[in-house]
Design a protein around this ligand. Structure first.
Ligand SMILES: C[S@@+](CC[C@H](N)C(=O)[O-])C[C@H]1O[C@@H](n2cnc3c(N)ncnc32)[C@H](O)[C@@H]1O
Length: 255
């Protein structure tokens, strides 16, 4: 069950492994176009907040708020589902790797649309595509249980976004092999990272699946890395610099 303050439980070491990745930041900031004022929803510790625009942040978790660096954008404590701003009060509203955590995603997106004059920009994964990631398919099939049944069908994710935001542009964002932001898909070419508890602690997937499933998955991966079976199966990945794992930039423009 989603809770607005889940990150008060799981977010304590967030900034140990989660840093703004420059390539992803460039894609997100391009999506903001010429917006001057930006609301960052589910802002966390402040990653991806553009430094050359006027930013206001909203975030429910005290633990995440406490990790915002000195000089970060001003912040309101609150949730996407109830943004305490008037209609059309910012040029753009953005949410990065956040909306899958919201109690009511539809309400949150409707709120973003309401407060943004010109754009809504989202960076997240399309569940139907993401389910192909090797860690999920080969080691942690329980990952699929985290995806609400309504979002598993191809096309469903896009359909809901269009219904709530109107016409949108969806751009694939390939994940660099050395991605600095340690989310689930970031380690597609660095399998040993999953053996590290600090890495797993920064990934909400591992806080949501049963601990026994994580233990089993990590033990199986560890054995495959030792035997060479993982490298045998994924030889093709090792020469790649980036990979499309289903992460997407969604841009809705209202001008
Ligand atoms: C994976 S973190 C991403 C944080 C930040 N956007 C980033 O890219 O580093 C997800 C964030 O969404 C926040 N969140 C969870 N439920 C929320 C809600 N209902 N409204 C707004 N933010 C929420 C969490 O507290 C957490 O800070």
């Amino acid at each position: 069950m989603a809770s607005d303050v889940f990150y008060d439980e799981i977010g304590h070491s967030y900034t140990a492994t989660r840093h703004e990745d420059p390539k992803l930041a460039a894609a997100i900031w391009a999506g903001l176009g010429d917006a001057r004022s930006v609301l960052n929803v589910g802002a966390g510790a402040g990653a991806y907040e553009p430094r050359d625009r006027e930013v206001l942040a909203i975030e429910p978790s005290e633990v995440m708020i406490a990790q915002r660096p000195e000089g970060a954008a001003p912040l309101m404590r609150g949730t996407a589902e109830s943004i305490p701003l008037r209609d059309d009060s910012v040029d753009a509203a953005m949410a990065v790797l956040s909306d899958h955590h919201w109690r009511d995603r539809r309400a949150g997106l409707t709120e973003m649309r309401r407060v943004a004059r010109r754009r809504v920009v989202l960076f997240n994964f399309n569940s139907a595509e993401f389910a192909r990631f090797w860690f999920a398919t080969e080691y942690l099939p329980e990952f699929m249980d985290l995806i609400a049944p309504g979002y598993r069908a191809p096309g469903r994710w896009e359909q809901e976004l269009r219904m709530l935001l109107g016409p949108i542009r969806i751009e694939p964002v390939p994940i660099p092999h050395d991605c600095r932001d340690g989310f689930f898909g970031a380690y597609w070419r660095r399998p040993h990272a999953f053996l590290d508890k600090t890495v797993r602690d920064g990934i909400s997937v591992f806080q949501r699946v049963p601990a026994a499933s994580t233990e089993r998955a990590v033990a199986a991966l560890s054995a495959d890395l030792e035997s060479g079976a993982w490298h045998e199966r994924h030889r093709d990945l090792l020469d790649r610099d980036e990979l499309d794992l289903g992460y997407r930039l969604v841009v809705a423009e209202f001008d």
